[in-house]
Design a protein around this ligand. Sequence first.
Ligand SMILES: CC(=O)NCCS(=O)(=O)O
Length: 349
Amino acid sequence: MPSLRGKVQTVLRPVEPDCLGYTLTHEHLTMNYSSFFCPPSPGQEPLSGGPIEMKNLFWIKQNPYSHKENLLLYQETDAVKEELLHFKAAGGGTIVENTTTGIGRDMNTLKKLAEETGVHIIAGAGFYVDSTHYSQTQAMTVEQLTGTIVDEILNGADGTNIKCGVVGEIGCSWPLTQSEHRVLQATAQAQSQLGCPVIIHPGRNSDSPFQIIRILQEAGADAAKTVMSHLDRTIFDTKKLLEFAELGSYLEYDLFGTEFLHYQFHPDIDMPSDNERIARIRMLIDEGYEDRILIAHDVHTKNRLMKYGGHGYSHILKNIVPKMLIRGISQDKIDKILLANPKQWLTFK
Ligand SMILES: CC(=O)NCCS(=O)(=O)O
């Protein structure tokens, strides 16, 4: 088995890190999120069925998890292909596809999309949050879970010979469950065997990222090769965010394009706007963390696609980068965030 050291593993083949180009480190191209359906507020039930139309788009934007069809991104491969070509035309090179076991990972579709668009696609190994763990997953030991993750990277996932190139997004709830704890330990063991990149979906509590990094490190992981996703909705207090940054993981703001009044998964959380995300990133750069920042959109519902009036996969390149420049983030720093940092993270050690 040739070593992956110094390479990035896409769904087509291992490639040289220099060929990645602008990289979004947290997206989904095909996924089934139906198990996270949130029943709508009383009186709004009729809105959750039926097709996505102009007249219900605003409601879906505010209640993305209450519209049944909106959760079935896997039905939109043709639109996703078109939008990947749009991403490429906007200067994009690579997408890390974070769909793991439990939310409908589809390796064959990822391979086809990579072949047909020329965009580098990197697939995720491992498991999403506990509520999606199969009973077999719940029953597995850390060693067995490690074996599965390693196999998905070295030999291929889901009965294919198409290989994953990162571990994650590894799903964590708050409070963390025992099964998620074992998956984290297995993630750390796989990382220490393979030198691979890891990406984590934390629970919706500001203590969750700290707990996760501690568990990973105790099990042998390298925080410097690990991404903490979804910081947009997880750590709001500046002092606490800087304390977390000190632990050494990548700091990912990956919900660009998500702007709504009411965050259905956690009503106590006010989802920030894109302008607030840019201000946070600016603060982290000013504090010296420019080598640790990553950004993405985490497209995972249909309404985020351009086909349905959403921003697609090009919003960061077309709209966020120009706004970052206006807010005093230099092109040099932007290139770190979209080019150098992803390349560094994705290269096997
Ligand atoms: C696919 C996925 O994990 N979506 C949820 C993102 S969120 O930050 O927990 O809302």
